[in-house]
Design a protein around this ligand. Sequence first.
Ligand code: C2E
Ligand code: CA
Ligand code: CA
Length: 699
Amino acid sequence: MAQTLDWSSRADLLGAAAAVAMLASFAMLGLLRVRAHAEPGVRLRRQFSAALALATGLLSSQFILLSGQALPASAAFGIPTLLAAFALAAVAGLAVQPLATQTSPVRRWGVAGASSAALCGASLLALQSLAVEPRVTWHAAPIGVAFVLGTLGIGAVLAPSFVAGAGRQRSTLAALLLGVTLAVVNVELLRAAELAAGAAADPNAANLIGSEALTILALLGGPAVLALLLLAAVIEDRFSGLLANAREEAERAAYTDPLTRLPNRLMFEERLRRAASRADRADQSLALLFINLDGLKGINEHFGQHIGDALLRVVGKRLSAQCTEREVLARAGGDEFLLLIGANPDPEAAAARAGVLLADLARPCRIEERELAISASIGIAMYPEHGALSRLIPHAAAALSAAKHQGGATHCFFDASMLGGKRDEMELLRDLRLASERGELELFYQPKIHAPSGEITGVEALMRWNHAQRGTVSPEVFIPLAERYGLIHAIGNWLIDESCRQIRAWRNQGLRMRVAINLSVHQLRQPDLARRIGAALQRNRLDAQVLTCEITETVATDDSHDAHGVIDELAALGVHLSIDDFGTGYSNLGRLRKLPAEELKIDRGLVLDLATSDDAHAIVDAVVKLAHALGLKVVAEGVETETQQQLLRALGCHELQGYLFAKPMSARALAQWAMKQEGPRALDFRASLFGETRAVELT
Ligand code: C2E
Ligand code: CA
Ligand code: CA
């Protein structure tokens, strides 16, 4: 064919072939320009479409050129070979794609060469599909030239700097150059093919397509396919561009706090995750500050929500003004802010930051002509010292609540004891330490009733803790806590002093009241307990007889216990001893006999079951008999019903105590009742309770 070619007369064909090749290049490069965040499926589809565009362009341009050649009459092309050529061109199209991101020059030119070889091969195969006798023969030199030009063109055009992220002008230039390269390669390959002078259509060939049909396909079909591919790419880009913008906007909204324009908690958590994995790799630490305003609620209630919102904006601004690039500040919601310090801080540095932030936040704010004074509290959790990443925010929050409980306007580091129930217990314990100082402890008094006469003979002192926030805390909650954490001594000493002081105060009012106090096991281990009680009595000019010490059965009768020395000392002092909660333990009778006690208190549980359980009845009966045998007085506590009262009287109990008669009450209420007969029931106070001089009767 080379001999018959006269390019000057077929400039139209050359132009058309080049145009189709350029269109293909445009389409290919356009299809390869995929958005960075495109899904893998989309990316793959675009890559295949790009390969298809290149193959279509290459073969279309080749057959357009070929249509200008003088071919034997009724020459046709073998379809299978054509398809193979198309497939090979498509493979070249796929092979060419990594070039756009290949920065190593050796690899780049290697890939360019391979692609060029595949493209040349595809074009040659297309020409080879011409079914003529004898077959087309080939000249090596033009093939070599085509290969080299193809390699150079592809390598140059598909350089990363040229394609990836290039502007419109550059990519247009790239498309033009690639188109020219394809056209030139095709022209060279056409020159390499030689058709024998007498060649004629091969009569044996099957599966053919006529040369006219192929020309029409190349001229119309090829460009149509390319135009469609290009159009699809453009539409998809437009559409996904709009979509991406919308998504970005939505994401921005989802990740920012609308009030302060700071990142929100979601975004913060994302940044925290990333910072933590960086810190893990570098073996560094992070500090998380949970910042909370003290008293925003009050400001909202007092001045209105809009002032509160304005205040939050000011706080957001102040905090972000204090932040460096390596810190992430977010509003977690409400009046809570989160600050992540990423610069490998140690606890001292984190504490120093917290101090600076607190000082800055404490400056008064001017909002709508109002000067607002605020303060904040900060909880700090260090990563990784203070636990796993997922627990970091909760731990900082726990530290924050500890800071709040210290009165706010301060910072606090996380501590494992702040967790869960433990945390509550620790808060309670801390408050308990201050309770007696703050005057939050109080003694309530529950009368004991002389069973035969129904007169009040004395009272039991029961401790109450009037907690500022929690209200009255039960001694069953705080006494065990005090015992466990060594506060019982201090509290017990307060109890001794307070009960003696109260006895004296009543006496001064003319009320001679006997008082029973409860002593805990731990107090009984205090070697100076008896001395302390003696001193308190003396200070208040009281006879030891006015005081009864209630000691639980388990402690009093446990032989292994080192409390006995103290019990004996108490007896020697002259105070009465009462064995509390009797009937719950397994008393050592021998020990019980030797105890210097005068009173047994039947446990509330037994009294509760008395009317309904024969066993309970039998036990109470036995206890009363035992007490009588040992010469002890019997007191039943927890009497709530008339039935219980009657049964206990019938069984021979000396004294009764319970809600049926009176609940524990304040010292004032008790005095009022005794002196003015204003009380829960019309009960008489035993005459001996009045007046200083008369001795106290026991039964
Ligand atoms: P306890 O020594 O057995 O005290 C009797 C408890 O039963 C008191 O509870 C009292 O309020 C309650 N009670 C009295 N009558 C009735 C009744 O009719 N029905 C019912 N359901 N309950 C009744 P409280 O004051 O809550 O004290 C609980 C426990 O705390 C006391 O049990 C005692 O073991 C301990 N406790 C209280 N004050 C002190 C104290 O000053 N020092 C020590 N070490 N322990 C104390
Ligand atoms: Ca008691
Ligand atoms: Ca009891």
